[in-house]
Design a protein around this ligand. Structure first.
Ligand code: NDP
Length: 489
């Protein structure tokens, strides 16, 4: 029997779909799962789809792969990934390539690459987005690893990737080491932000218009025909229109409001703090999931403050009344959402840029925008614009300084402020909208009040400061009469 081009280890939701996708795209695939059940299940369901090679053991799996071997590991991220690497690596030969497509932490990927490199094995950390359907029909793929490993594996990954509207595969070698998994982690952080921003828009619209699911769904459908066009807006319209099978009520109204998380939002924020990347919108979105899960605390606060649902009356809005006011309100919320979304993406791209500089990865930000255009959860029309912005100016200081995005923010600014103000005044929580606006305000402020923080730090901790009028580092001897200033360097 001919040896396989690629092996897929792990036949859960994602592994099974990736294996089938590789096979559909003319790659000869060997499959293996450490428990027999999933392997049997895969065989029963999909053996007619392609000429899969089924392995009986890890040794058998490795023996059935052509050299140098390319093995996709698609297992639960963390200890399971290490267990699979420990099982396979003694069976491999120099030049073989392990490709971790799970949602691994970029630090773990760097550690694994270094350890396997000592055995002359290649290790690639590859981000994959798009869920089960994406994995099957075309995910967005974010490969990290050496040029040599990518030269061998790239064509196979590109064959299964989603295709952007211009036909380009949504798979670009983003950089060495943990670059692929960093980009995937930030992708997920942006996904958290996007979902939270949409949720705040939904809350404002629902409260302000006193609208039901069908009315709200129509608004999101309409928005999906404009600059907000994206997968998440599209599925929001579908979800809002859906009725609960049992009660007939709007489906979203029968769902427990404690939002789950698997941890990639938290990783994004942790990694951002390590790189001093101010991802305040992603942070706000991640913390809201935490708030939603603090069920007992919320109940106690709700009772202590005898809270009622906030009331937002938009029958008068921005000098208008009646239907005109309501339409203007909807338009304002759309603009606030768009502006906040631009900020969330700008923060995410800034984080990738900072991390790339720190690790000397040379990640091409335009290429990253390009590979998110299809297949992944945050696919959106405006990623074309982001790609174009970085193509125009690869060294762009921050996405919002690009003329297209700067104009968009200027155009939305007044509406954005009205919406955030309405949330604050009426008590509707808008943490991501307001974090985005505050970030914008802070970034565009010529002189921040943080000089006072420097003075306070120097006062209590002798942390020193720089002056605006002359070079050097200074400290005031606060405890001494006259508080003399010393130049430290
Ligand atoms: P599943 O739970 O469906 O599958 C997990 C797989 O890991 C199974 O094949 C399981 O085998 C295997 N596994 C678990 N523990 C071990 C172990 N100790 N040794 C060997 N194999 C083990 O998860 P998914 O397919 O959803 O996720 C797989 C990876 O893909 C994860 O890293 C996830 O974060 C990532 N991912 C998931 C996405 C999604 O939408 N689901 C999207 C993008 C990435 P068994 O069942 O036999 O124990």
């Amino acid at each position: 029997m001919a040896l396989a081009d690629i092996g897929v280890y792990g036949l859960g939701v994602m592994g099974a779909s990736l294996a089938r996708n590789f096979a559909r795209n003319k790659n000869h695939v060997a499959v293996y799962n450490y428990t027999a059940d999933l392997q049997e299940n895969f065989k029963n369901l999909y053996s007619t789809e392609a000429d899969f090679i089924y392995a009986k053991s890890a040794e058998d799996f490795v023996a059935k792969l052509s050299r140098p071997r390319c093995i996709v590991i698609m297992v639960t991220a963390g200890d399971a990934t290490d267990a699979v690497i420990a099982e396979l690596s003694p069976l491999l030969e120099p030049g073989d390539i392990l490709i971790d497509c799970g949602n691994s932490h970029p630090g773990a990927t760097a550690r694994r690459e270094a350890a396997l490199g000592e055995k002359n094995l290649f290790f690639m950390g590859v981000g994959v987005s798009g869920g089960q359907q994406g994995a099957l029909w075309g995910p967005s793929i974010m490969p990290g690893g050496s040029d040599e490993a990518y030269a061998r594996v790239g064509p196979m990954l590109e064959s299964i990737a989603a295709k952007a509207p211009d036909g380009t595969p949504c798979c670009v070698h983003v950089g060495p080491g943990g670059a692929g998994h960093l980009v995937k982690t930030v992708h997920n952080g942006i996904e958290y932000a996007d979902m939270q921003l949409i949720t705040e828009a939904y809350d404002l619209l629902k409260t302000g218009l006193d609208a039901d699911g069908d009315q709200l769904a129509r608004i999101f459908e309409e928005w999906n025909r404009g600059e907000l066009e994206s997968y998440l807006i599209e599925i929001t319209a579908t979800v809002l229109a859906h009725k609960d099978c049992e009660t007939g009520a709007d489906f979203v109204n029968v769902i427990d409001d404690a939002a789950g998380q698997k941890g990639t939002g938290k990783w994004t924020v942790q990694l951002a703090l390590d790189s001093a990347a101010p991802v305040s919108v992603i942070g706000a979105a991640t913390f809201v999931r935490g708030i939603s899960g603090e069920v007992a605390q919320r109940q106690a606060v709700w009772e202590a403050f005898d809270s009622n649902q906030p009331c937002l009356d938009v029958d008068t809005w921005n000098g208008l009344t009646g239907d005109e006011a309501r339409a203007a309100f909807v338009s304002d919320v759309r603009q606030a959402l768009y502006a906040s979304k631009i900020i969330a993406y700008a923060q995410g791209f800034d984080q990738i840029a900072l991390s790339s500089a720190e690790n000397e990865w040379s990640v091409d930000l335009g290429a990253v925008a390009g590979l998110w255009r299809a297949g992944c959860i945050i696919r959106a029309r405006f990623l074309d614009r982001i790609m174009e912005a970085y193509e125009r100016a690869p060294g762009l200081a921050l996405l919002i300084t690009d003329s297209y995005f700067a104009d968009a923010l200027r155009g939305c600014e007044a509406a954005w402020r009205r919406v955030v103000a309405a949330g604050v005044v009426t008590g509707i929580a808008v943490p991501a909208f307001s974090a985005a606006l505050s970030y914008f305000d802070a970034m565009r402020t010529h002189r921040l009040p943080t000089a006072l923080i420097q003075a306070q730090r120097d006062f209590f901790g002798a942390h020193s400061y720089r002056r605006v009028d002359k070079p050097g580092v200074y400290h005031v001897r606060w405890e001494q009469q006259g508080r003399p200033e010393d130049r430290l360097s």
